[in-house]
Design a protein around this ligand. Sequence first.
Ligand code: GSH
Length: 209
Amino acid sequence: MLFFDCTTAPNPRRVRMIIAEKRLEIETRELSIANGEQLSPDFLAINPRGTLPVLVTEAGQALSETVAIASYLEDLHPEPSLMGQGAEEKAAVLNWNAVIEQQGGQAIFDAFRNSHPAMKGRAIPGPADYAQIPDLAERSRQRVNAFFELLEARLQQSPFIATNRFTLADISCFVMVEFARVIKMRIPQGNPATLAWYEHICERPSASV
Ligand SMILES: N[C@@H](CCC(=O)N[C@@H](CS)C(=O)NCC(=O)O)C(=O)O
């Protein structure tokens, strides 16, 4: 197995947290997105989408989606479970993880990639260059505000994002919320349930990877 990582990027961080939670040791290769190493011909031969993370499985398949990597590692190493146990929990984890990615992660990434000078011409990850759309950055910031309200409503009802235990959905949410610092957005001080959840996750050893 081989894990292609980038220590500055949020999606690879989700995989690092999964690996840490499951206490696995996987051979890792670091690539620098800042230096464009994800677009080298050698890496594009492994992942033509030119994105990180990538996990090359035992059979040699290159997985480029965090959820797929999480599912693969969960099958090989079921404990501790991060993908839920039983039909209801498994469905809840996938459901909430998708909500976090689409309502939170995508809004944060769009706000960042369509406004930050370092992302000029790189508004979408991958081999093709796309121009920034400033209006999209602004609209995305509005969506991030809505995401924080969605989170607060959920965490008023549930100790963790998807179930009553820590799962992949919490990892995704924690990483996205921390990444929002790049657009200078943080959990609002008026959202006590989200702040308490955040402090609780910060106590886990995996939060520091
Ligand atoms: N859907 C993928 C997203 C992968 C992704 O977009 N990764 C970003 C880093 S967080 C990337 O590779 N960016 C490369 C670039 O900006 O060119 C996942 O679940 O991991």
